[in-house]
Design a binder for this molecule. Structure first.
Ligand code: G3I
Length: 457
């Protein structure tokens, strides 16, 4: 089965880390006592969600990163981002074979500097195809789609926590059928082919199917997606998660059976994510219900709102977001934060885990190269580390992480882990001699990574 060949899960470890860690680190920093199940009053959406083992994110328009009012809210409130448009097919491969990663990379860079998780959106979709792809069909299109999946997932390997591998592949209405599209006409197996290519290109990213109007458990579209996920799990097609876009605006409203939908998908053995939440006129009740429903389902890993201020929304006339166009918090913001803060804090990790043994004064063994650690930014629950290698242009560096700390994201190297998940081998991957990573403290705020060896070649 494809799933069984998966590398030790960076993202799976991250999710575990988020569940048990962020609150612990934040509260430890603040000098608070953390008891399993206790609630605390975090003052931002991301911090509160992290205390409940979730993320709270937003879609980001990269052009708005120049707007300081926008980035102030982004950096303060959110710990996860999705590119609103910049990682779509037309943005990344405007001409066949010519990839334009500039804006996507800029978002990843911003996220990394802020310790935010990144959702990739989206590898295969009937919409937002560049002109050259729209005009393709059959095997030519299938191969072009698979090449796009492979190239993009490879480019972002190690940077993306979750990929929306396939977006919006089912029809609306009562048919329960696949949506007609050029991709669908290449054969019904195009979705699983995309998932297999994505897994091969980035074994550590979690792979999601993402759609809208799959919120109401009774809808034919919801049932059809459910059956596809069930079939994929039964046949070993590598799928890890389902994204419910949850645009409760215009066409559909928050359904009272939403929690049933979340828990039913989760019962198939996949995580569930609320990926594009916005609600017409931002009623506090509906926002509160969505948060409570997510918190009630252990495999609901987080919520992403589709924009920050109403003026940033794709449906700005419906004022569907948590901040008004002036950047002020709306009543729905307070409802969401209160619901998050009232949620149950998951059990913490093992705070008595002893520090690593070994003599820190012994220099790490060097075989043709030297690895030098530079401490990076520190947050309440996590910190960044850079490592620069000198003496060789190709190398592998072994780094030990002290449990229960876990690496949550990585960059500029090829990363793999041993069975414990705490010994990390980083190989040069052509992106220079400095690699980096974010480590979740998981309650241990003092330990720092240790270089075990540096080997040239
Ligand atoms: O940037 C250009 C601008 O230069 C040009 O003048 C203008 C003229 O139309 O277009 C601008 O690009 C627009 C882009 O948004 C940025 O604003 C595109 O036309 C427009 O099609 C695009 O719409 C996006 C839409 O997806 C289509 O891809 C929305 O921003 C984005 O919020 C929306 O997001 C989708 C999710 O990906 C999938 N789920 C539904 C969701 C809402 O439709």
């Amino acid at each position: 089965m494809a799933n069984s060949s998966r590398a030790p899960g960076r993202s799976r470890r991250l999710r575990t880390a988020l569940v048990v860690s962020a609150a612990v680190g934040l509260l430890a920093t603040a000098g608070a006592v953390v008891l399993p199940g206790s609630a605390s009053a975090a003052s931002t959406l991301g911090a509160s969600a992290a205390e409940r083992g979730r993320y709270f994110g937003t879609a980001v328009a990269v052009s708005r990163l120049n707007d300081s009012a926008y980035t102030t809210i982004l950096n303060r409130e959110f710990n996860q981002v999705t590119a609103e448009n910049e990682m779509k097919i037309d943005a990344l491969q405007p001409n066949q074979g010519q990839f334009n990663y500039g804006n996507g990379d800029r978002l990843v860079q911003h996220a990394r500097s802020q310790g935010m998780l990144v959702r990739g959106h989206t590898l295969a979709w009937h919409a937002q195809q560049p002109g050259w792809m729209q005009n393709m069909s059959g095997t030519t299109l299938r191969n072009a789609m698979l090449n796009h999946v492979t190239q993009v997932a490879t480019h972002y390997r190690g940077q993306i926590e979750w990929w929306d591998v396939v977006n919006e592949a089912f029809a609306d209405g009562s048919s329960g059928a696949r949506r007609d599209s050029n991709l669908q006409r290449t054969g019904n197996d195009w979705i699983e082919a995309a998932f297999r290519a994505a897994r091969q290109a980035d074994p550590n990213a979690d792979l999601c199917y993402n759609d809208y109007n799959i919120d109401n458990w009774n809808d034919a579209k919801t049932q059809a997606v459910y059956r596809m996920v069930q079939d994929f799990k039964n046949r070993g097609v590598p799928i890890d998660c389902v994204g419910l876009q949850s645009h409760f605006t215009g066409g559909s409203n928050y359904p009272s059976n939403y929690r049933t939908t979340l828990s039913s998908f989760a019962a198939l053995g996949v995580d569930v994510h609320i990926t594009e939440l916005d609600i017409r006129n931002a009623p506090s009740d509906a926002y509160r219900n969505v948060v409570n429903d997510c918190l009630a389902v252990a495999r609901c890993k987080g919520i992403t709102v589709w924009g920050i201020r109403d003026s940033d929304s794709w449906r700005s006339s419906e004022s569907p977001l948590l901040f008004n166009s002036s950047g002020q918090k709306k009543p729905a913001y307070d409802a969401v934060l209160t619901a998050l803060n009232n949620g149950t804090t998951p059990p913490t990790g093992n705070p008595t885990t002893p520090p690593p043994t070994g003599n820190p004064t012994t220099p790490p063994p060097s075989s043709g190269c030297t690895a030098t650690v530079t401490p990076g930014q520190v947050w309440g629950d996590r910190y960044n580390t850079s490592v620069t290698v000198s003496g060789a242009s190709t190398w592998s560096v072994v780094v030990a992480i002290t449990a229960p700390q876990k690496v949550s994201s990585t960059w500029s190297g090829s990363f793999s882990w041993d069975g414990s998940g705490n010994i990390m081998t980083v190989r040069s991957n052509g992106s220079g001699n400095t690699f980096g990573f974010t480590t979740m403290m998981n309650g241990n705020s003092s330990a720092r990574p240790q270089i075990r060896s540096c080997t040239a070649g």
